[in-house]
Design a protein around this ligand. Structure first.
Ligand code: SAM
Length: 218
């Protein structure tokens, strides 16, 4: 279930244009395999944000099989994309998929926990667009690490922030299993809104996204 109603999401999907036939086939394969890739509506929104921002160095936290990674690299001509995936087997699949799409020259897929990889392997880089789409209870950790490698003015997008509505209201919580994720997501969103050096919009589209723009830091 998404936080928008099914008819709304279905209608927006009818307006979706895949970037290429290859990516259309890639999306279909990933969806058939049950891989949790970005919704079509979120993809359209992110790619249009990239039209506005025109990033040169993109960081993605949570690669899965590399679908969104490939979309970013295809959409923004000449940009570099670094994506981090925890699971070894999934990381290998992503590397193969990126290579099959001839994007390996501009896309690096790293394996490991995103915070550790950022702090240990990416500290000499500067990113201007970050997409956070991994373990929901670790978003604050990912965000704080990402900020250390971001330029002033960078855009950081956090996906799935509304957790099927549970973040907004207890009445949407369907299982006690989700309580920790929901508590941590609420803390994360409160943290984002409290930051003195950044502005965040909380957008109830798809599964919910937060758009943070970094200002000047001390
Ligand atoms: N962004 C992808 C897309 O739209 O095509 C989907 C990513 S999927 C929702 C989330 C991925 O984050 C999973 O493949 C998971 O293994 C990975 N992940 C979970 N915890 C992580 C961590 N600590 N560091 C890096 N990746 C992690």
């Amino acid at each position: 279930m998404n936080i928008t109603t099914e008819p709304v999401e279905t209608y927006i999907d009818t307006l979706y244009k895949p970037l290429s036939e290859e990516l259309e086939a890639f999306r279909a394969r990933a969806e058939n395999d049950g891989i949790p890739i970005i919704l079509k509506s979120t993809e359209m929104f992110l790619l249009n944000l990239m039209n506005i921002k025109r990033p040169t160095n993109i960081l993605e936290i949570g690669t899965a099989v590399g679908y969104s990674t490939a979309c970013f690299a295809k959409k923004v001509k000449g940009c570099n994309v670094t994506s981090i995936e925890l699971d070894e087997e999934t990381h290998q699949k992503a590397v193969r998929n990126i290579s099959a799409l001839n994007l390996a020259e501009r896309v690096t897929v790293l394996q490991g926990d995103a915070e550790t990889v950022i702090r240990e392997q990416l500290s000499d880089q500067t990113f201007d667009f970050v997409f956070i789409d991994a373990a929901k209870s670790h978003y604050k950790r990912f965000f704080d690490a990402a900020v250390t490698v971001c330029a002033d003015g960078a855009l950081l997008i956090s996906d799935d922030i509304l957790l099927k509505g549970g973040t907004a209201s207890d009445s949407y919580i369907r299982s006690r299993r989700h309580l920790t994720n929901i508590r941590k997501m609420r803390e994360y969103l409160a943290y984002l809104s409290s930051l003195s050096y950044a502005d965040t919009s909380f957008v109830p589209m798809g599964t919910g996204i937060a758009i943070t723009v970094l200002g000047k830091r001390g």
